[in-house]
Design a protein around this ligand. Structure first.
Ligand code: SF4
Length: 241
């Protein structure tokens, strides 16, 4: 993932994973109310912006994390989404990663020419616990999309994905812990167990970030936010042996 595109900002909490949402946390620091949904005035068309040489600011081959300070399928954004689909369609040279907790709205939010999905769009659901996995992944498996990811984050418990992994319809499982103040614990034993399940069913796995409150071998570690990614990489290496 190497670029971020936030065509709108703000969101509503809808799930246990939203409790310590980083958008709320960071907005509060800047005296902003994250529950107010606003369309970006300057970067709504970011993927189409060009530099002085006439080249796209986001280069060909990039992966663009889309709407990571909101949810792409939020109802308040219904009036703006079609313009986004048009932008996405006009950049077939980059991939757009859309990650949602509102996959149940997918069918009413896709464009008329979606058919089997745009080849440059990756759809991911986040599921922080078993209940949310069992609610969202069955929908993900049924929708038409060329690539489907499952993000277990912020992980709140071991999530048993085996019955979904064995369908071979999931391209990647990525796990992460919770960040910032009040972060709930991320137990390395859960990560190892999910990794083992992915190995069994030959599904790609990534441990993306440890979160701020990491439990490993019975010891709690407070991890600074900027170290979470590096620590997760180290933990992955350790797991792979
Ligand atoms: S869906 Fe995502 S962005 Fe929205 S409140 Fe929940 S965690 Fe925050």
């Amino acid at each position: 993932m190497n670029s971020l595109w936030s065509p709108w900002h703000g969101c509503h909490k809808c799930s246990p994973g939203c409790l310590n949402c980083y958008v709320y946390y960071l907005d509060k620091i800047h005296n902003k109310d994250a529950s107010i949904i606003t369309k970006s005035k300057t970067n709504f068309d970011l993927p189409l912006k060009k530099n002085r040489k006439g080249e796209y600011k986001i280069p060909s081959g990039s992966e663009i994390a889309t709407c990571f300070t909101s949810d792409f399928f939020l109802e308040e954004a219904d009036a703006w989404r079609n313009d986004c689909w048009n932008i996405i369609k006009s950049r077939p040279d980059v991939n757009f990663l859309i990650c949602t907790k509102r996959i149940e709205r997918f069918k009413e939010c896709i464009p008329a020419d979606w058919h089997d999905g745009y080849s440059n769009v990756l759809i991911a659901v986040t599921c922080e616990n078993q209940e949310m996995a069992d609610k969202r992944i069955p929908i993900l498996l049924e929708i038409p999309a060329p690539k489907k990811y499952v993000f277990v984050g912020p992980i709140l418990e071991y999530v048993d994905l085996k019955k979904y992994l064995k369908t071979h319809k999931i391209d990647l499982v990525s796990v992460s812990g919770e960040s910032y103040e009040n972060a709930r614990v991320c137990d390395f034993n859960w990560i190892k167990a999910i990794y083992k399940d992915c190995l069994e069913f030959h599904v790609s796995f990534d441990f993306h970030q440890t979160g701020s409150n990491f439990l490993k071998d019975g010891k709690y570690y407070k991890i600074k936010h900027h170290d979470e990614y590096e620590q997760a990489k180290k933990a992955m290496k350790f797991m792979k042996g």
